[in-house]
Design a protein. Structure first.
Length: 483
């Protein structure tokens, strides 16, 4: 989709001019040529709507600044703020938990084109970091939560500017205060993302009720629906990950290589849900297992996508009824024990649904245990991981050793590529980030561990014109999703 918009940006100016010409001919002829006017007006509208925006190569080639700034009301456009004498105090951090990942410290004076990367701490790690992804922002006392219209925006990151390398962003921009990144809730990432430069005293701010929330990908969204159904206290936004900076000298084309460790892929391929690393260990994880399978049966009954015969639909309805009874049983138990887990699997293993074999497989009727249905496993594993993250923050002693060891290995592997970057040259995947005077502010990546997805699993880049950065006009920045 981004590539299509990029291509249309090249076509818009000539087609718009053609529309003006046709409109002129239609009006000036005697008598007026209505058909020319009818062709010309749509072309003009197309040219205006699809004109090249900021960062588009065509806009840069003609020295255009772009005419589609972020959708921010005039009264909300901030004036340049005075430079404070000191970086704001963000308050005392929580008590230390598992030690955070500590990479090599980047040099204080990095070369002009060097980027830095910001490494998210491992799950459960807490420290004194003044930059973080997810969680909740620190905002000025008298500042309202940013909104678009009347819809609260989604907080994604807060980055301290103090101590950044002098030559980052070609030496432009302030080095006091912090940047807070807010994304539209269901809006246009490119035009409605906002970067706020915050100075002065700040205080932690709780999230307001939100409309939709982040896109976590299909299985992640299903997993959050499951956790909301069991009311387990999982926040409707990614948890906080403190960031640690280090130098990043990789070539932009290979800036974020795929890690060789297959820890997450191995978990995804795990067929046996009784495995000690992914088997339910408390009531919430047991309910997640039951509800993931119940959702598959309910979805099939609602959609009837494959025109299943009535006998198959009846077997799904019967399986769903049993799963609801199992859910009630789990809820009624005072304590979820290993014996209860064994009993749960015994019941789930006995539930089967009826299927009609294809002619190639011999035809006839077949019965398949619901635990072998591949559609339930991804949602359960995603919900299970979210619960492990939550327990690691709130009650790490409740996690079984096998569970903690397995996910610690997965998160270590994720850490190799889930970092944010600042500065350097943008890679070619950004259609609106290639202008000659464009500065690469920040890049976030889609991540199962962090809990968000941009586009179909790509990266989100934030850009700004060099002269705007020099003036601290972060309200003029724009975003682009990589292709």
């Amino acid at each position: 989709m981004v590539a299509v918009v990029h291509t249309l940006g090249y076509l818009a100016p000539p087609l718009g001019l053609l529309g003006v010409y046709l409109l002129y001919l239609g009006i000036t002829r005697d008598p007026a040529e209505i058909w020319l006017i009818r062709f010309g007006i749509p072309l003009i509208i197309f040219g205006l709507l699809m004109r090249p925006g900021r960062g588009h190569p065509l806009a840069a080639a003609f020295g255009l600044r772009g005419t589609r700034p972020n959708a921010v009301a005039k009264e909300e456009t901030p004036e340049p703020l005075p430079v404070p004498e000191a970086v704001p105090d963000l308050g005392e951090p929580p008590a230390a938990a598992p030690s955070a990942y500590v990479p090599d410290v980047y040099p204080a004076h990095a070369p002009r084109d060097d980027a830095i990367k910001l490494i998210p701490a491992r799950d459960g790690a807490q420290g004194r970091a003044d930059s973080w992804l997810g969680g909740a922002p620190h905002l000025p006392v008298d500042m309202d939560w940013p909104v678009l219209g009347d819809v609260p925006m989604l907080f994604a990151a807060q980055i301290s500017l103090a101590g950044l390398p002098d030559n980052l962003w070609q030496g432009l921009g302030p080095r006091q205060g912090s940047l807070a990144l807010f994304l539209p809730d269901g809006g246009n990432l490119g035009r409605e993302t906002r970067i706020l430069h915050l100075t002065g005293p700040l205080e932690p701010r709780d999230w307001p009720p939100i409309k939709t929330g982040f896109d976590y990908g299909h299985k992640g969204n299903v997993a959050r629906d499951i956790l909301r159904a069991i009311q387990d206290g999982v926040a409707p936004h990614p948890p906080r990950f403190d960031l640690s900076p280090e130098a990043h000298r990789a070539d932009p084309a290979t800036r974020r290589p795929r890690p060789e460790d297959r820890a997450r892929e191995d978990l995804r391929d795990e067929k046996d849900l009784r495995h000690a690393a992914i088997t339910p260990f408390d009531r919430a994880s047991a309910l997640a297992l039951v509800l993931a399978h119940a959702r598959v049966q309910q979805t099939a009954l609602n959609a009837r996508t494959f025109r299943e015969p009535q006998a198959t639909l009846d077997s799904r309805a019967a399986a769903l009824a049993v799963l609801k009874a199992v859910e009630a049983t789990v809820l009624s138990e005072e304590e979820f024990t290993p014996e209860a887990a064994d009993a749960l699997f015994d019941v789930l293993s006995s539930i089967e649904t009826e299927h009609v074999r294809s002619a190639a497989n011999g035809g006839g009727i077949a019965y398949r245990p619901i635990l072998r249905d591949p559609r339930a496993r991804p949602a359960y594993l995603a919900a299970f991981e979210m619960l492990v993250q939550l327990r690691l923050r709130d009650d790490p002693e409740s996690l079984p050793r096998d569970v903690l060891a397995r996910f610690d290995a997965i998160w270590r592997a994720d850490q190799a590529r889930d970092y944010a970057t600042m500065g350097g040259r943008p890679h070619g995947g950004y259609e609106r980030g290639q202008g000659a005077d464009t500065i690469f502010l920040l890049e976030l990546t889609s991540s199962e561990r962090l809990g968000w997805q941009f586009g179909d699993g790509r990266d989100l880049g934030l850009f700004i014109a060099a002269d705007d950065l020099a003036q601290g006009r972060f309200d003029r920045a724009w975003a682009d999703v990589s292709t």
